[in-house]
Design a protein around this ligand. Sequence first.
Ligand SMILES: [Zn+2]
Ligand SMILES: [Zn+2]
Length: 179
Amino acid sequence: MNAREDLVVDLSTFEGTKTLALTIERPFPHEVDNTAPIEIAITIMKAAASVVVQGNVKTKIKTECDRCLAELEIPVNGSVEATYLSENDKDIVQSEGHIESLENLFLLTGDLLDLSDRVLEAIIVEVPQKVLCEESCRGLCPCCGINLNDDPDHECSKREETLDKWHQKLNDLKKSVSS
Ligand SMILES: [Zn+2]
Ligand SMILES: [Zn+2]
C-alpha cells in the first residue's frame, strides 16, 4: 500500500472502537523522505459526540549531518493524539471559551475521517532540526569542502591560496588608492 487514501476511515462502518494497523511505503513523497515503510497503529474510539484517535507511527527518515552533510537515517517514533468534534459540538465548546485550551482538537465533517495529516504531523514533529552524525563530527573544511572526519590532519592548500589571493587584492587596492 502506498497511498494516503488508506488513512481515510469511514466512521459509518463501525460502532465503538476500531483499530487501524497499516504499513504504508511512501504516503507523503513530497513532505517526508522515509527510508523505511511507515508503520501505523491507531485506535479510533467513537463516542456520542466525539471521536478520539490515539496511536503511534514508526518509520525511518533520511536526513543529513548538520556539519559534514553525511547522509543519515534516523528512527522516528511519533504519536497521534486527536479529538474530533462534530460541527455542533464545536459551537458549544467555543461558546464556553474552552477551544483554545484544548489541543489536538479537530472538526469532524461527515463520516470520512482523514488521518493522513495526523500521521504526517506525528512524523514531522519528531524529526530533529539539527542532527549530527557524531557529537564529535569535525564537519567540512570551510575553504575546500573536504570532510574533516576523513582527514583530521587536513592542512588546507586552498586556504593558503585564498589568503594569498586576498592579500594580493588588498595590495592592489592599496596601490590603487595611493596612486
Ligand atoms: Zn557529520
Ligand atoms: Zn580544506
